[in-house]
Structures are given as C-alpha cells and as structure tokens.
Design a protein around this ligand. Structure first.
Ligand SMILES: Nc1nc2c(c(=O)[nH]1)N[C@@H](CN(C=O)c1ccc(C(=O)N[C@@H](CCC(=O)O)C(=O)O)cc1)CN2
Length: 290
C-alpha cells in the first residue's frame, strides 16, 4: 500500500487565507502588521527563502521590508540596524535570516532583537517561555509541523514521536512542542547508536538532519507518519528532503513531500507570528489611549 502524500499546498493555502482575513481586519482598525527581514550575505538558498517570505507577506497584506547587507558587514552595523527596527512602530516582527557569515555572532544578533518582536522564537527569553509553556511566538518550522499533523487529523497524544536532529531551530523546539501535545518523544542525532532500531519504533517520524535521503525504508515502522523537514539542494539543482521519498512511500501511512509542504508552512507560521505580535501591539496601544 502506498502512503498518502500530504497536500501541503492545500493546507498552506487555507491557513494563509485565514491569516489574510485577520490581517485585513487589524489593518482596518489602524494597525497593519509589519515584518522586517534582515539578510546578510549572498547565500543563494537564503535569498530564495527571503524572497518567498516577502512575497507571502505581500499576498497576506502584511507590510514587509527586506534589509540586504553585504557579507562583509560588521556585526556592529547589523546590531545598529536591529536597534532601529526595534524602535520602528511599523515593524511588529523582526527576523535575521540564518545562517549568518562566520564573523557575526548569531547569539548576539538574536539577543539584540526585542523579545516582543522576535518573529522566529529564537530569542532566549522566548525559547525559555516555550519550554515552560508560556505565551509567545511559535517556533516556525516545528509549529508548522504540528499544524500539518493536526490538519490531517493525527491524534498526537500518546503516540511515540521520534525526531531525528537536535538543532536549536528545529530538533529541540520540535521535541518540546510534541511533548506539549502529550506525545512520548525520543530525539536521535549523529551520535545515536543503532538509529534505525529507534526510528522504527516511531508512530510519527520527523526528519530534520540536513542529509539528503538519509531516512530509508528500514528506518520506518509500517504505517508510520513521516514528516520531512529537510530541504537539500542536490548537485543536479533539484531539491531533496532528508527522507528517501520513493524508498519510504510504500511503508509509511502519510508522508510530506519536499518541496511543497514543511517549507511553505514555516513561512505561514512566520506570518501568523507577525500578525499576533501586531495584535499585541494594537492592544497595548488601545490600553494606553484609554
Ligand atoms: N531566521 C531563520 N532562518 C532560517 C530558518 C528560519 O525559520 N528562520 N529556517 C531555515 C530556512 N527557512 C526559513 O527561513 C525556509 C526554508 C525553506 C522554505 C521553503 O519554502 N522551501 C520551499 C522550497 C524553496 C526552494 O525552492 O528552495 C519548499 O519546501 O517547498 C521556507 C523557509 C534556515 N534559516
């Protein structure tokens, strides 16, 4: 039996329509949500993602500005730009595209973003709030994965979810969000022994390793739901996920395609975070006016 390929386009489109409607209402009330994206350097993949973010903002009615800086830009200049954006009332969400050039500290840059404008949920305060279940921005890719699972009607509670990868952007927050949904969570990584023995126990398998086609059929329990977070550019110019799609197709029950599912969903959560930050700013403004 062949797995059902999750229709990312349909899920993303419905979600963005809903966001667009909420953006229009808030804009009519006098607050247009605004996102600032900072790109340092010329990494071709980052350029694509930043373009996609700006386009998605435009389609949703969100104001956006992209600040493109040369790779040799001094760290202090990036920090100065962030400070300006922190003070700019038109901007409710800020993100600095990762990765940054080596001479710039990601940690310093992320910590310079105002906590309430952190559109990525990368700031340590927001990461801490996420850990203890306090309100704040959603980590874009992991929250997008949870949304996809819910949209296809998966009951996450009580399932064994295995996450392959322990990055700060995906693996770790993914594990936290799955725990919050009452899954039993295991995290595998490069030092995990006998990884296939563990991944084969997963009801929900999430691959976020950054290695093209690493997950093969022997890693997957028959009937498992497989979510592929990887977006790898092959020498041929084609994109491939971390999962060997063709190999796994007749083992899994559901599988996400790459491209066309988790990537666009990541951007959708970013729009949602910007909208929510703008709503909070509008509420504060109206309280101050009372
Ligand atoms: N500041 C951030 N930097 C990075 C993040 C992030 O969430 N915040 N995540 C990744 C890249 N990323 C978001 O920025 C991202 C990756 C891929 C896509 C996407 O839509 N992919 C498309 C394919 C696009 C293509 O043609 O290459 C798809 O999967 O269909 C969106 C966002 C690292 N950096």
């Amino acid at each position: 039996m062949s797995a059902q390929v999750i229709n990312g386009k349909e899920i993303v489109s419905a979600y963005r329509t809903q966001i667009k409607e909420e953006v229009a209402i808030l804009t009519q009330q006098g607050v247009q949500p605004g996102l600032a994206v900072v790109l340092v350097g010329e990494d071709p993949a980052s350029q694509v993602y930043v373009r996609n973010k700006a386009k998605a903002c435009e389609e949703a009615g969100i104001y956006s500005e992209v600040h493109t800086l040369e790779a040799a830009t001094e760290e202090s200049d990036v920090l100065q730009l962030i400070e300006q954006l922190n003070q700019n009332p038109k901007i409710h969400g800020i993100l600095v595209q990762s990765p940054l050039p080596k001479h710039i500290s990601e940690e310093k840059i992320v910590e310079a973003i105002a906590v309430h404008k952190d559109a990525d949920c990368f700031h340590p305060v927001n990461v801490g709030n996420l850990m203890i279940g306090k309100e704040g921005p959603a980590p874009c890719t992991p929250a997008g994965v949870i949304d996809i699972l819910k949209k296809i009607g998966v009951e996450i509670a009580g399932k064994h979810a295995v996450v392959i990868g322990r990055s700060n952007i995906v693996g770790k927050p993914m594990a936290i969000l799955l725990l919050r949904e009452n899954a039993t969570v295991t995290v595998c990584h490069s030092r995990t022994a006998n990884m296939a023995d563990i991944t084969r126990q997963a009801d929900i398998l999430i691959a976020a390793v950054g290695k093209p086609k690493m997950v093969k059929r022997e890693h997957v329990k028959p009937g498992a739901i497989v979510v592929d977070v990887g977006i790898n550019r092959l020498d041929t110019g084609k994109l491939a996920g971390d999962v060997d799609f063709d190999d796994v197709l007749d083992v899994a029950s559901y599988i996400t395609p790459v491209p066309g599912c988790v990537g666009p969903m990541t951007i959708t959560v970013l729009l949602r975070n910007t909208l929510e930050a703008a709503k909070r700013a509008a509420a504060l403004q109206s309280a101050a006016n009372r």
